[in-house]
Design a protein around this ligand. Sequence first.
Ligand code: ATP
Ligand code: TZP
Ligand code: MG
Ligand code: MG
Length: 268
Amino acid sequence: MEKGKVYALLKRVKETNPLIHNITNIVVANFSANGLLALGASPVMADAVEEAAEMAKAAAAVVLNMGTLNRESVEAMITAGKSANESETPVILDPVGVGATSYRTQAAQRLLQEVKFSIIRGNAAEIANLIGEKWEIKGVDAGNMKGDVLTLAANAAKRLNTVVVVTGKEDVISNGMLTNVVHNGHPILTKVTGTGCLLSAVVGAFAAVEKNHLDAATAALIFYGVAAEIAANKTDEQGPGSFQIEFINQLSLVSSSEIDLYGSFYTI
Ligand code: ATP
Ligand code: TZP
Ligand code: MG
Ligand code: MG
């Protein structure tokens, strides 16, 4: 992928204003909606099983987030996912906290059986637990790193037959054959809840406008990481509250030249 594609896809999002149907958790719903609006997408949060299929059919991408799942939301996710699959709309999974409890792990396995996902985005422990490797997870946060994230992303992509994104200090995006590594981002992202969840929603917005899901996810990660670096720089020493506000600003302001200047990735 050429770096110029990052801004080209962002521009396509701004121009087409794709509807992103989110079934997400109660912690991050507002932050995710504001982040999607900032970059030019159109968010809708709709988790009632009664309307899940209809909303998914109207959407340009569907993002399923397991952060605060319960019996009803799992049913709604399956219904929305199947509906999106019928209309070939991309479906993104954020397996929040998978591995932390057996309920989450079993729900994730059910989702994987019933829905075909275009992209799965999680921290290393979540992705590892999704493929049966028991990496330490503390609630919704990745524990101590146990293995090689490049191999993990490629193995998970092959096993799950989809594009897999493993985030952390470095972000790794793989379709099982090609793997991209993105160096953008900032540690302060880990001090604001929902930055992983919003990232999965942003990946959905890019997938809505680009059928090559490896490129879509890679472009979303570069854009998101550059926005975070600029926001962290502007709010240096002010703490995570100021960063969170400035980050939303930067999601709407990041320019083509800033992406060219700061965007950093390679393919292996
Ligand atoms: P966790 O719950 O373990 O924090 P998450 O679902 O919130 O996981 P992250 O892995 O934190 O997701 O990824 C969210 C964003 O934060 C990504 O853009 C990622 O690149 C960035 N990020 C996470 N840790 C770091 C770090 N140490 N340095 C730079 N960027 C980071
Ligand atoms: N608890 C359940 S979902 C959630 C918390 C704290 C938000 C997790 O957000 P992220 O983006 O994975 O940090
Ligand atoms: Mg986090
Ligand atoms: Mg997360």
